[in-house]
Design a protein around this ligand. Structure first.
Ligand SMILES: Cc1ncc(C[n+]2csc(CCOP(=O)(O)OP(=O)(O)O)c2C)c(N)n1
Ligand SMILES: [Mg+2]
Length: 375
């Protein structure tokens, strides 16, 4: 079968592609679609890959629980949990080259950690210390975008630049099921397809846009709609890190070789709240959350690691320590942040300084000064 025909096969399947079942059973290689098998060498020597993906998922989960606790302690203004979405994020980011630009939305903490964002940089935005804690050019990771879908035309435009540079870089943009309804998203998909721009749109369908379930938001799934724009599309179990990794590697390889843009829909579940300001018990059943807990993306990898003897106790112990150390660094970072300096906001609205911005900055400084001496 031609490889392109096999792609269409992925697109047509209504069931998300899964390689590692929730019980820890790995599909036999002969059951895998042939074009995917090449992209994930799970065999006798795959222990290292599985351990590595698991390590990043564990670190991400630790980051998430610590940051949520720090928000509850009043150290952060807000936090958007990544709990439950670790496989979708780690499996995908690990399939990219470090120089492939990523446009995240606001929950891609695994991608940020993987790219080398430090604990302190990670928390800056959530504490309100700065608009973005890291250098987007250095880490090839753009700033988090809270405005839904706004970064997707940026990703398409960036990919058009890559095209004009003659580079083989692949641009990845993460977005949610809810963001797929934005006009920006639809414009970005269409224009990427029209220009054959080297961009991969990665949708984490976590079943909700805050309290709105996916079924109330769309009649046709995101990966099916992608076809209408002329994007290659894939549907994958987003809680299966091995399937996500394999599909991502395949899609990225295609784009890098000039096949044009693609979209991956990863079916997952936001196990926690939308943000630290949200109470999901107001709009979803406990039974639903429990059902998804049995599909926890970490548990199935733990079962695989154990069954194959791929995770010696010393390795697990060292990972546990690494996670604890990450927690310590996050708490320390919060203690070491200086006071929030909002005056800097005016300096980064535009590349240059306008008279209006200078006036607003001066007005703000007067406002802050008016509190001096007030208890
Ligand atoms: C343009 C815009 N409209 C509304 C919002 C408020 N808002 C923030 S997150 C969110 C839901 C997004 O859902 P989804 O795209 O599925 O991403 P998820 O939060 O589930 O990761 C909404 C409506 C916003 N940030 N930007
Ligand atoms: Mg969502």
């Amino acid at each position: 079968m031609e490889q392109s025909e096999q792609h269409r096969h992925h697109e047509r399947t209504t069931e998300p592609l899964q390689l590692l079942a929730p019980g820890g059973d790995l599909a036999a290689p002969e059951q895998w679609p042939a074009d995917l098998a090449r992209h994930l060498e799970v065999g006798a020597d795959s222990a290292e890959l599985v351990r590595d993906l698991y390590r990043w998922m564990r670190l991400t989960r630790r980051l998430d629980s610590e940051a949520f606790a720090l928000q509850r302690h009043g150290e952060l203004g807000l936090w958007a949990p990544s709990l439950g979405q670790e496989a979708a994020q780690v499996g995908s980011v690990a399939a990219l080259r470090p120089t492939d630009q990523i446009f995240p939305s606001y929950r891609e903490h695994a991608a940020a950690l993987f790219r080398g964002v430090t604990p302190a940089q990670m928390l800056e935005q959530w504490r309100g210390v700065s608009g973005c804690g890291w250098d987007p050019a250095e880490l090839h990771l753009s700033a988090y975008s809270v405005v839904l879908g706004a970064h997707l035309p940026h990703a398409t435009g960036y990919a058009m630049g890559v095209q004009r540079d003659g580079s083989d870089e692949v641009v990845t943009a993460y977005f949610g099921d809810g963001a797929s309804s934005q006009g920006d998203a639809n414009e970005a998909f269409n224009w990427a397809a029209a220009c054959s721009a080297p961009v991969l749109f990665f949708c984490q369908n976590n079943q909700y846009a805050i309290s709105t379930p996916t079924r109330l938001q769309m009649r046709t799934s995101v990966h099916q709609r992608a076809r209408g724009f002329g994007l290659d599309s894939y549907l994958v179990d987003g809680n299966d890190v091995l399937a996500v990794h394999a599909v991502m590697k395949l899609a990225v390889e295609q784009i890098r070789s000039g096949a044009g843009p693609a979209l991956i829909e990863a079916v997952t579940y936001r196990m926690g709240a939308h943000t630290s300001s949200d109470d999901p018990t107001r709009y979803r059943d406990q039974a639903e959350a429990d059902a998804w807990r049995s599909r926890d993306p970490l548990t199935r990898v733990e079962k695989l690691l154990q069954a194959r003897g791929w995770a010696p106790p010393e390795w697990l112990g060292a990972l546990e320590e690494e996670c604890e150390e990450l927690g310590v660094q996050l708490r320390r970072a919060c203690q070491e942040f200086g006071p929030v300096e909002l005056g800097g906001l005016f300096d980064h609205v535009l590349a240059g300084r306008t008279a209006a911005l200078s006036a607003q900055k001066a007005e703000y400084a007067d406002f802050v000064a008016s509190f001096e001496g007030v208890a």
